[in-house]
Ligand binder design. Sequence first.
Ligand SMILES: [Zn+2]
Length: 57
Amino acid sequence: MVKCTFCGEMIKEGTGKMFVQKDAKILYFCNGKCEKNMLKLKRKPYNVRWSGRYKKK
Ligand SMILES: [Zn+2]
């Protein structure tokens, strides 16, 4: 089991997406929403309210 790189949710085997960056760092996403926010919108997980990694100030 791996955790979603963006929201921190556990990803069951056979679900979610794996993405390998140019620097060979592997990212895991539980769904397309997390993938889009991380890769396309370039949001930081701790700035996104619905993410499990969100940090309150
Ligand atoms: Zn996620």
